[in-house]
Ligand binder design. Structure first.
Ligand SMILES: [Zn+2]
Length: 413
């Protein structure tokens, strides 16, 4: 089985300004990919807006659709003035284009003195640069020290650079605009699934309350920890309040120049909030994966039902909760990607916090987040209840087959 991880290398604005042809090409690639996907999915599903999940796409894009896909690519790509190389790559990777809304490029990684074979993306670890070809002129990005360290870690784990994408961030708004450019490097590694000897149960109800993690060995809870970065949560709340204030002021502002300044400031803080959230998620996921690797554990994530998730997300006027919930979505994707990367089984199961693990009755909440069962008298802290459920289901969880996972979470690094 293959597992994938992606490194996203941002292209500095200065370079983009010097080379408008790059932004132009990447935007055309994106638009071509979007039109191709729209047309292909309409032909396959008969619907205009499909909103399909990655798993559903994976099932739909069977090999017999290839001919249709190739025909659409041949019609659509030249309309956006994409050269032969991109059309050919699109045809070879016709499924991947659907998942990523981008055209995969072939890539080479030079570690020592290997010969440069002229691929579209050339990553040279020795001179610490990344070159993108197949443009009017070659485009060179200097690799940051963190990027190089990340690549070396993947190489030590036996991974290889498979392919690359040129991506452009799409900004939401009345008229979609295109912003930051990046190069995504996709690494692949063959993994052998680990035979689990323990369970790591993860309760993800609220990112701002902390993530409860329990380690279970031989059917017993041997460790519990709450992963919470209070400083980061405070900072996220503060950023959120400031962004809301700026948005309100911008909405009231009549002077166009001042309005734009307020909006720019809000956008700047929003990307800061995004990075902060990502850092929190990376740290928490890192600790969970470390624990699971040390004990060869299956990772069991308590999933909220989609309905209650939606209710929570929509029911909050201030919106701050929405961002913590988005953070949970990121955490879930990251845990799944990393679990696959290390061959750890990953499950999503309901581990209830309001249903009595002793008798199955609905429990009531007392003060201090304690839960009490009116039917059998069981009582415990709300955070412990999901771990007790994991303990109750320990042997079953250990033997359960991991959920279906396609190789489609590529862009979640
Ligand atoms: Zn009970």
């Amino acid at each position: 089985m293959y597992a994938y991880r992606t490194l996203r290398v941002e292209i500095p604005w200065r370079l983009v300004e010097e080379r408008p042809d790059v932004l132009d090409l990447v935007t055309r690639m994106r638009l071509a990919a979007e039109e191709y996907v729209r047309r292909l999915l309409k032909e396959v599903t008969g619907q205009e807006e499909s909103g399909l999940t990655a798993e559903e796409l994976d099932r739909l894009l069977t090999p017999d659709r290839r001919e249709l896909a190739v025909k659409i690519i041949e019609e659509v790509f030249p309309k956006y003035d994409l050269k032969k190389y991109f059309v050919n790559q699109g045809k070879v990777f016709w499924r991947d284009v659907v998942f990523h809304r981008a055209v995969p490029l072939d890539a080479q990684l030079r570690i020592e003195n290997e010969r440069d074979v002229g691929r579209a993306v050339f990553v040279d670890l020795r001179s610490e640069v990344l070159k993108v070809r197949r443009l009017n002129e070659t485009f060179v990005v200097r690799l940051r020290r963190n990027d190089i360290a990340w690549i070396r870690e993947r190489l030590e784990e036996g991974a290889k650079l498979k392919l690359a994408f040129l991506g452009v961030e799409r900004r939401r708004g009345r008229e979609p605009t295109y912003g930051k450019l990046y190069i995504a490097l996709v690494f692949a590694r063959e993994t052998a699934p680990v035979e689990p000897k323990a369970v790591v149960a993860v309760d993800v109800n609220r990112l701002d309350h902390g993530i409860m993690v329990g380690l279970l060995v031989d059917g017993k809870i041997v460790r519990r920890m709450r992963l919470l970065d209070e400083g980061a949560v405070r900072e996220l709340r503060r950023l959120h309040e400031e962004i809301s204030r700026l948005d309100e002021r911008a909405a009231r502002e009549a002077d166009p120049a001042r309005k734009r300044r307020l909006e720019d400031r809000a956008r700047h803080l929003a990307s800061k909030r995004f990075r902060k959230m990502r850092d929190v998620v990376i740290r928490i996921a890192g600790e969970i994966i470390k624990l699971a690797r040390e004990h060869q554990a299956v990772i069991v994530l308590d999933t909220m039902e989609d309905e209650s998730y939606r209710e929570l997300k929509e029911g909050d006027g201030s919106g701050v909760r929405k961002h913590f919930l988005d953070g949970l979505g990121q955490l879930r994707r990251r845990l799944q990607t990393l679990a696959e990367w290390y061959g750890l089984p990953y499950l999503e199961e309901r581990l209830y916090s309001t249903i009595c693990p002793r008798c199955g009755a609905k429990m009531e909440g007392l003060s201090n987040r304690r839960m009490h069962c009116p039917s059998c008298g069981f009582s415990d802290h709300r955070d412990n209840v999901p771990l007790i459920w994991a303990k109750k289901r320990y042997w079953e969880l250990l033997q359960k087959q991991p959920a279906f996972s396609a190789t489609i979470l590529l862009l979640t690094s």
